[in-house]
Unconditional design. Structure first.
Length: 528
């Protein structure tokens, strides 16, 4: 095969040079977006903008935003780039308050791509935009009132009892255990029962089918991690490339399971005190009977009149059950995991918490009741500090849904600009939390909370899009911790890394390699 003629080589070289020139001009122009608008920004690099190490999974998305937050030190906000797409970071808590509450109408969407035909289980409350989100939120809000939580409470207690029981033999031998997986099985049993109406038996059977499918919701492959990051930072690319956040077989399993269970319960007139029963009400009647005045008392009065009495499709109902399970089991089990790690590091805090548990449970005849959990003030502080130091969801995404002028500035965010509130960074800012790496539950005394701006603590978000399952998640977490600490003591082992190393792949904050702690039985636990 002969060499190409010189004229051909010159033509190819000229074409390549022209293409590179066009690419250079395009990136140079794109990377001047924030400078042209007089917005403080972090200098990007070709071709990833400010997110190169994130795309190569060298850093967790939460810690990436901590890094960006620190680089914008002294500013109330700043610009970044994901490839050539401009992204905006809010740093000032007062502006964050405006975005999440006061000016919510300009930031009511998360900017996450959703395709109902392509991935039916993604059409849920967390992802839906605009009026579809609003109408669904109104229908679902009454399912998470305190009355409905009490209705499901016995399921939590039963699973908490089983959690304590399965660890008894292990604790008697003072073994080292990987606690994160055990806690994931506990939360899976609870939420599979409440959301899907089935007994998954994951605690007694680690290989249970439901648990194995649940693990596939959050795969830790490079592909899934990149897809997750792009969904949060560059949803248009996810749409263009038709990237799936959920494997088709996983989607089909949960959708079919939900439909079969709901159909069986309706056909046989079976009623249970669970979330699925409330979804059946919505399907047939268009609404759940809410407790009087709940929407107004919780800041959703503006949504109430915008609902309708139409029921929801099976796919839409299945998507809500799915996100209730997917968002709940992983975040709750991770929070309990981090909490037990800190309690193992700080035996004095663990002992004080155990003493409170003993006193309150004795008052309630040794039983874990809804009222007993509400009375445990120190437990609430401990869980709050855990969520401060280790928020499962480390950033909040919001899309600018209409042109927005930042108050007291000349800066106008254009419609379609993606913005981020760096939750993990705010939670670790020494300006708001002195010595932020120190675990100190007293940060959440009423006196200390009053000193801080309310919007520097956002583990569940805030405003109309605050996590609808917050009460349930906290209750699940607290019941699990009380069930364990009433019987057992946890401590560090030779397999426990100090400080912790975080897994860079999952979207939710999680320790790399699980959590290995030593467990032993309390000799005095049965005297409660």
């Amino acid at each position: 095969m002969g060499l190409l003629p010189e004229t051909t080589l010159l033509a190819v070289g000229a074409a390549v040079a022209s293409l590179l020139t066009v690419v250079y001009i395009y990136f140079k122009k794109s990377f001047s977006y924030w400078k042209e608008r007089n917005v403080p920004y972090i200098e990007p690099t070709f071709p990833f903008g400010n997110f190169r190490n994130l795309m190569f999974l060298k850093i967790h998305i939460g810690h990436k935003f901590v890094d960006l937050y620190k680089k914008l030190d002294g500013e109330k906000y700043g610009g970044t780039y994901m490839f050539t797409k401009p992204e905006f970071i809010f740093r000032d808590p007062e502006i964050i308050k405006n975005v999440l509450v006061k000016d919510f109408s300009s930031f009511h969407d998360r900017g996450i791509f959703t395709d109902e035909q392509f991935e039916p289980l993604t059409v849920h409350l967390f992802r839906l935009p605009g009026n579809r989100w609003r109408n669904l939120r109104v229908k679902l809000t009454p399912t998470f009132t305190s009355g409905k939580m009490k209705m499901m409470f016995q399921t939590l207690v039963d699973c908490g009892q089983e959690l304590g029981d399965i660890l008894q033999e292990t604790a008697s031998r003072e073994e080292i255990i990987e606690i994160k997986e055990i806690l994931a099985r506990y939360s899976t049993d609870i939420i599979s029962s409440c959301a899907f109406g089935i007994q998954s038996h994951c605690l007694e059977n680690p290989g249970a089918e439901f648990r194995q499918w649940g693990k596939k919701i959050f795969p830790t492959t490079i592909k899934s991690s990149i897809t997750g990051s792009l969904s949060a930072l560059l949803p248009s690319m996810v749409s263009f490339l038709k990237l799936r956040g959920l494997e088709p077989k996983v989607s089909e399993y949960f959708r079919s399971l939900f439909e079969e269970t709901m159909t069986y319960r309706e056909k046989n007139n079976i009623k249970r005190n669970d979330f699925l029963q409330l979804l059946i009400q919505i399907k047939n009647r268009g609404k759940v009977e809410e407790e009087h005045g709940y929407l107004e008392q919780n800041g959703h009065g503006d949504l109430e009149n915008k609902s309708d009495e139409n029921g929801l499709s099976m796919n839409l109902l299945a998507a809500q059950a799915f996100v209730f399970f997917a968002a709940g089991f992983e975040t709750s089990s991770t929070t309990m995991t981090f909490c037990l790690y800190e309690l193992s590091l700080h035996q004095d805090i663990q002992e004080r918490l155990r003493e409170e548990n003993d006193v309150v449970l004795k008052k309630h005849e040794g039983k874990i009741t809804y009222e007993a959990i509400q009375e445990m003030e120190y437990l609430d502080k401990v869980v709050s500090e855990t969520l401060r130091k280790y928020p499962p969801v480390t950033i909040l995404n919001r899309e600018c849904t209409k042109a927005y002028k930042i108050p007291d500035t000349d800066i106008v965010l254009e419609k379609g600009v993606l913005t981020a509130i760096p939750v993990l960074a705010l939670h670790h800012d020494p300006k708001y939390y002195p010595d932020p790496e120190r675990f100190d539950p007293e940060r959440f005394s009423e006196e200390e909370k009053a000193k801080r701006h309310h919007y520097v603590y956002l583990p569940f978000g805030e405003g109309p899009r605050i996590c609808i399952g917050m009460r349930f998640g906290l209750m699940l977490t607290k019941v699990g911790l009380v069930s364990l600490l009433s019987k057992y003591q946890f401590s560090l082992s030779e397999k426990t890394p100090v400080p912790l190393v975080m897994d860079t792949k999952p979207f939710i904050l999680a320790p790399a390699g699980g959590m290995w702690l030593q467990i032993k039985q309390r000799a005095e636990y049965n005297t409660i």
